[in-house]
Design a protein around this ligand. Sequence first.
Ligand code: IFM
Length: 441
Amino acid sequence: MKITRTDFPEDFLFGAATAAYQIEGSGFGGCGPCHWDTFAATPGNVVRAEDGAVACDHYHLWEDDLDLLTQGNFDAYRFSTSWARVLPEGRGPVNAEGLDFYDRLVDGILERGLKPFQTLYHWEMPSALADLGGWTNRDVAHWFADFAEIITRRIGDRVAAIATINEPWCVAWLSHFLGHHAPGLRDIRAAARAMHHVLLGHGAAVERLRGMGQPNLGIVLNFDHCTPASDNAADMLASATQDAIFNRWFIEGITKGTYPDEALAGLAPHMPVGWEEDMVRISQPLDWLGVNYYTRHIHAFAPDTPWPSTRDVVGPLPKTQMGWEIYPEGLYGFLTRMARDYVGDLPIYVTENGMANADEVINGAVNDHVREDFLFAHLRATERAIADGANVKGFFYWSLLDNYEWAFGYEKRFGIVHVDFETLQRTPKASYHALARALSR
Ligand code: IFM
């Protein structure tokens, strides 16, 4: 059965999400270099060594892109403001063109009757700060708070909500332990520091913005359902360890001021000295929580490997173009778990959910019916979580446009709007039209 707007509470917001480096084109408008430019330029890191220099050229085509949101009957738009675009050196001189761009963008969002949901950090660490260690350097917290203040002084009067960090697990673990994202480190000491400093940066930015009187501050965490490969004790512990690293570290840091023992079991020896004293700053009250959810993983014990001694097992469920299992039940699980164990009645937004598919334009149309099914199944899961008490106030599809999917370059297509990366032509897909029908009033 299809979804309609009336299946959700009256004030529920339907939106679509994007991020600066993935769509804007960092080669335009005085944007500074970031660690993704050099990560991509290093052989073996990114498919075809593609980078975000042009991306979807949203920097020039933003008005057309915002029109797609209104024509799709959306209520809100989640976007990010690039640190490297505002401060090309990460600190010091401000790029006036960058601030002007975001100023025009926010006005354009409001003129179209949409609510602007801003994210401050969606992964473009300015190269000058990456040179100083980026998230492994404790000073990153105040560099980030300074950036947060500068951009907020310009557009904070008009945004509906601000998230400090997008997906700290990716910022810290995926990028400093697994090495799949910039800066591409595979080092437990760097990872432990980034795991802590990313939350310290969050706390410092919240403190700074609160001090300026800025309302509606939150953070966007990603969650991945952990399933043990079997019910033997070693596989159960492997799954619990991954759950602690991925799902519990950040939410427990910000809501309880503690880190889970199962994660500290490996990370404690590598943590920065005195980290415990930062936990009060990290766990300041928030106004909302963003939940990004895509899939689950199955974890098994991996003997003869160092902590966390786990390996992934390929699961049996249908998979997306990313090879990720489609598991809507996981979204229901996290929304209700957040409400029950961590945030109570605090507003929760599904800030990202979506799937990649090998979409093609055929006779002017993209028939991505598999994405319609995915989307409606996850909306149903959200609806059930609300019925069971989770205070979910909105849902943002990832993503409005096909875009730069990080280490996968432009190969994986998450958009409800197809982008031809040669001509930059946008083609709304069948899923866009289905959603527009569901959301019409
Ligand atoms: O494209 C990313 C996005 O930048 C962060 N969340 C997950 C998406 C899909 O991988």
